[in-house]
Design a binder for this molecule. Structure first.
Ligand code: HEM
Length: 462
């Protein structure tokens, strides 16, 4: 991959950005980006990129989306180009409808370079160390046991998991669920996730829910800051060990580049940046349930096999690889460089197709076959399995919650495999043109109390 720093070598600057510059045989040529393919994206959904890469026979194609020229790329080399070396920022990298729900002004995702690395280190410390991971797993187990005790008859697994994971996330960051209107907060958080792929009134409604959650988060941060101050004034904080440094407290006391506490709004947004995606893990757990239903041998391996923990990890990776979640991640070029004979300039919009990379035949072989055992000899290359971004989480934009996601899913898969349930009649299909995807029914399960189970046909799940 060749790369050129600075603008010196780019002669044909097109200020209107209505055309795409390419290099061909050492010569730069200009060609129009073609017609807008927003409708095709909405119709073909997650398969939009794969269909075109197949036709183009390469790992890059140029198009227009929402009237804006875009280059779509996929594969491990593309992921390396996209994530290594600070080539891309996230400003104007997502449609506003998505941006307003999933990130915000001043949040970690909106930052670049040194400011991003500094803020990111906070997330890495809070979310990625061994103690945080063990903690989230233990909280999950505890909340799962609590929730299952209350389930009777038939329940929609996704809805239950959303409430459960809201409680997990709260306890994980150090907020007692008993002090929170959990139903309302979980409704706000899932509205942001569900609404991310919507436009118009549905999107506006989700934004209103987001504003509710932001107000709540600001109050929580402000109250925690007051509590820190009270402890400081009372002299009880003679050493940092005197104050329990919950993730909430560390977020509330985090400082910005000016060494002052983060503005209240920014700290609140960052709190939501931990709570909301933790709740989003519900989708992956439901996909895991879907996989265990479709390939019941995996459920048996987790339930009665010799190596359930190891198998839960294999299953978790394959579920995250195969099932649809984030379709693409967008970036805006921060400087000039060249890749695949194509010159990129500052401001160019590039989309890395995560779904297509996770189904890239060159990496995975039989990519559409669900085969968790493929991860037995996976080398762990950070540019191949990319449902949560690629590269290094500490220095780039890769998701800092990935370790926690995997840990929660492993625990959830094991607990679910051990639960006795049956599947009532329902529509389990997953529409690939709905962002973000979910089985149509939300995965309805029926609980089998021993007394009711007698006389019923055996569970299809074994
Ligand atoms: C449902 C599972 C999850 C998925 C599919 C997911 C996916 C992603 C993706 C695709 C990105 C964007 C990477 C980029 O901009 O290049 C991201 C970033 C991020 N994720 Fe996750 N994530 C998940 C879970 C989590 C969890 C559990 C947390 C926190 C507890 C979390 C916190 C974040 C944060 C703070 C960022 C911004 C990172 C940055 O810009 O440097 N995510 N995630």
């Amino acid at each position: 991959m060749s790369q050129h720093e600075g603008n010196g070598r780019i002669q044909e600057r097109d200020e209107s950005r209505r055309s795409i510059r390419r290099r061909s045989g050492g010569r730069r040529v200009t060609r129009p980006a073609g017609t807008d393919s927003s409708v095709a994206l909405l119709t073909e959904g997650y398969l939009y990129g794969r269909n075109r890469f197949e036709r183009a026979g390469g790992d890059l194609f140029e198009t227009r989306l929402m009237l804006r020229p875009a280059t779509v790329v996929y594969g491990a080399d593309a992921a390396r180009m996209f994530y290594d070396g600070d080539r891309f920022g996230r400003e104007r990298a997502m449609p506003t409808s998505v941006m307003h729900l999933l990130q915000d002004e001043g949040s970690v995702q909106s930052l670049t370079g040194a400011a991003h690395r500094r803020r990111k280190s906070l997330f890495v410390e809070l979310l990625m160390d061994d103690a945080a991971i063990a903690d989230v797993q233990s909280v999950y187990r505890n909340e799962w046991a609590r929730a299952v005790r209350t389930w009777t008859g038939e329940v929609v697994l996704h809805d239950e998991l959303v409430r459960l994971l809201t409680r997990v996330a709260l306890r994980w960051v150090g907020i007692a669920p008993s002090n929170v209107d959990v139903d309302r907060l979980s409704g706000d958080l899932i509205a942001m996730i569900n609404g991310a792929g919507s436009f118009g009134p549905a999107n506006w409604a989700a934004r209103a829910r987001r504003r509710n959650a932001e107000r709540w988060a600001r109050d929580v941060i402000a109250a925690d800051r007051r509590e820190s101050e009270r402890l400081r004034l009372s002299g009880r904080k003679s050493s940092p060990a005197d104050v329990r440094q919950t993730p909430l407290r560390r977020l509330a006391n985090a400082r910005g580049d000016d060494d002052r506490p983060l503005p209240l709004e920014v700290a609140a947004v960052e709190l939501l940046n931990v709570l909301r995606p933790t709740v989003a893990v519900a989708r992956f757990i439901v996909f895991g349930a879907h996989a265990m239903n479709r390939w019941p041998g995996w459920r048996r391996r987790l339930r009665t096999g010799a190596t359930p923990e190891q198998d839960a990890l294999l299953l978790t990776h394959e579920v995250r690889r195969c099932y649809p979640f984030f379709p693409v991640i967008g970036g805006t070029a921060t400087r000039s460089f060249e890749w695949r004979d194509r010159v990129f300039e500052p401001g160019d919009w590039v989309l890395l197709d995560l779904y297509a990379t996770n189904h890239d035949e060159r990496i995975w072989g039989d990519s559409t076959v669900f085969r968790p055992d493929r991860f037995r000899d996976w080398d762990g290359d950070p540019f191949t399995l990319v449902p949560q971004g690629a590269g290094d989480a500490a220095s780039g934009h890769r998701c800092p919650g990935e370790r926690a996601t995997v840990a929660i899913m492993e625990t959830a898969m094991l607990e679910l495999a051990r639960l006795d349930y049956y599947l009532p009649e329902q529509d389990l299909s997953i529409a690939l043109n709905r962002f973000p995807a979910l089985p149509h029914s939300g995965f309805l399960i029926g609980l089998l109390p021993p007394a009711r189970a007698r006389g019923r046909a055996p569970s299809p799940l074994g």
